[in-house]
Ligand binder design. Structure first.
Ligand SMILES: [Fe+2]
Ligand SMILES: [Fe+2]
Length: 392
C-alpha cells in the first residue's frame, strides 16, 4: 500500500494520528446523500476533528427542537397507553433489585468477566504480538470496561434525548410513555456508572463516533429524526451490545444488571416503532421519506464500522501494531460478528416496519450485507420475554 510506504519510519503515535484523520475524512466522504452529509457535518467536526468529547469536562450542545404543548389532552393512541401501563408496572430499583454486595474481580479466571474465546488474542501473533494469560486477562478487562463506559455515555445521551422527545412528541399518550423512559434512562445511567465506579474502578472517555451521533441527535431540530436516531438506531445498537455482553460474561451482577436494562430497552424500541410507523405513513412527504431512508442507512453503516475500541488500542497496542491492523483484528473477531448479528437482527426488521426499506434502498442494504435480516421479527411483535429467551 502506498500509505504504508509513506508512513514507514514515522513514530507510532504520529502514524496513528495520520491514520485516524484519514479514516475520519473517508467516513464523511462516503456519505452519499448531500443533505445527510450537510446535516451531520457540524457534529462530525465537533466529534471527530475538534474531539470535544475528550477535551473538557462538559460540553454544551444547542437544542433546537420545539416543545409541543398539548391543550386537547386527547388520549387516542391505545397501543401507546398500553405500553405506558407496562412501563409503570415494570419499574425497578437499581439500588434494591441488584446485589451490590457481589464481589467482582475482573481478573479472576474462575468467573471470567468476558469468555476467553470472545477476542481471539492468539490471532495477534500475525502481527508479532504474543500475550501471556495475564496480559490477555488485562486486555479483556480493558475491553469490557471500554464497552461499559460507552454504555454509560450512551445512557447519558439517551436520558437527554428521551427528555427532548417527550417535549416534542405530538401524542399525549406518547408524553406519558416518554416520562417513564426518562426515568428508565436515568436508572440505566445510575447502574452502569455504579458498576464502573465501584466494581471495575476504571472508565474510558466517550468514543468520538458515539459523540458524533449523540451530538447530532441533541442538536437536530426535527423531532422524528431525533426519534429515529435514538429510539430505533441507538436503542437497536444498545440492545445488540447489551445482549452480546450478557451472553459472553459469567459475572453474575453484570448479567443481572444487563438483563434488567434489556427489558426496559425493548420497550423503548417498541415505542419508537409505534410512533414512527404512524408518523411516516401519514405525516411526511416523499422527499422527506427519502432523506430519512438515507439518514438511517448512513447511521447503520457508522454503527457497523466505527465502534472498534480505539481508546483501548491507543492505551495498550499503539506502537505494537498499526491502527489499520487493529481495525482488521477487531472487525474480523467473533465478538464483532456476534455483536453485528445481534444488532442488525433487531434493527433491520424495525426499519422495514416503519417504512424505511423501500425498493430504492434494497441495493444499498444488499451491498452492505444487511438485507438478509429483513424478515426477522420487529419490535411490535416482540415482548420483553422474547428478548430474555434470546439471552444465554
Ligand atoms: Fe437505556
Ligand atoms: Fe433506552
Amino acid at each position: 500500500m502506498i500509505l504504508d510506504k509513506m508512513l514507514e519510519g514515522v513514530p507510532s503515535h504520529a502514524r496513528n494520528k495520520v491514520e485516524e484523520t484519514l479514516d475520519n475524512v473517508s467516513v464523511m466522504m462516503q456519505v452519499k446523500n448531500p443533505k445527510v452529509a450537510r446535516s451531520m457535518a457540524p457534529s462530525a467536526v465537533r466529534g471527530l476533528f475538534l474531539k470535544q468529547g475528550k477535551r473538557s469536562e462538559s460540553v454544551k450542545m444547542q437544542a433546537n427542537h420545539q416543545t409541543h404543548f398539548d391543550l386537547t389532552y386527547a388520549m387516542d393512541f391505545p397501543e401507546m397507553q398500553e405500553l405506558y401501563r407496562r412501563a409503570v408496572e415494570n419499574q425497578w430499583d437499581g439500588n434494591k433489585d441488584l446485589d451490590w454486595s457481589t464481589h467482582v474481580d475482573p481478573m479472576n479466571p474462575e468467573i471470567p468477566i468476558i469468555n476467553p474465546d470472545f477476542m481471539p488474542f492468539d490471532g495477534l501473533g500475525d502481527y508479532g504480538i504474543k500475550l501471556n494469560k495475564k496480559e490477555q486477562a488485562t486486555a479483556n478487562y480493558s475491553l469490557v470496561t471500554w464497552m461499559l463506559s460507552q454504555f454509560m455515555h450512551g445512557e447519558q445521551g439517551a436520558l437527554y434525548a428521551s427528555a427532548q422527545v417527550t417535549e416534542s412528541v405530538g401524542w399525549m399518550d406518547g408524553k406519558f410513555y416518554g416520562a417513564t423512559q426518562v426515568m428508565d434512562e436515568g436508572r440505566h445511567l445510575e447502574v452502569f456508572l455504579r458498576y464502573l465506579d465501584t466494581k471495575l474502578e476504571k472508565t474510558y472517555q466517550i468514543n468520538d463516533n458515539l459523540f458524533v451521533i449523540i451530538d447530532d441527535l441533541m442538536t437536530d431540530s426535527r423531532w422524528d429524526i431525533k426519534f429515529l436516531g435514538m429510539q430505533i438506531m441507538v436503542e437497536g445498537l444498545a440492545l445488540g451490545a447489551f445482549s452480546t455482553l450478557h451472553n459472553n460474561t459469567q459475572e453474575p451482577l453484570l448479567r443481572n444488571l444487563l438483563k434488567y436494562v434489556i427489558q426496559d430497552e425493548a420497550r423503548h424500541v417498541h415505542y419508537g416503532v409505534l410512533a414512527l410507523k404512524e408518523h411516516f405513513s401519514t405525516g411526511i412527504t416523499d422527499a422527506e421519506r427519502r432523506e430519512r431512508e438515507d439518514w438511517a442507512f448512513e447511521v447503520a453503516l457508522l454503527m457497523r464500522n466505527r465502534f472498534m475500541g480505539h481508546e483501548v488500542y491507543e492505551e495498550q497496542f499503539e506502537g505494537l501494531m498499526t491502527r489499520r491492523q487493529w481495525n482488521k483484528f477487531i472487525l474480523e473477531s467473533p465478538a464483532m460478528q456476534r455483536f453485528r448479528q445481534q444488532m442488525f437482527k433487531r434493527l433491520i426488521p424495525n426499519l422495514d416496519y416503519i417504512g424505511l426499506l423501500s425498493p430504492r434502498m434494497q441495493r444499498h442494504y444488499e451491498q452492505a450485507g444487511l438485507w438478509s435480516f429483513k424478515d426477522g421479527k420487529n419490535a411490535s411483535q416482540l415482548t420483553e420475554n422474547d428478548l430474555l429467551i434470546d439471552l444465554q
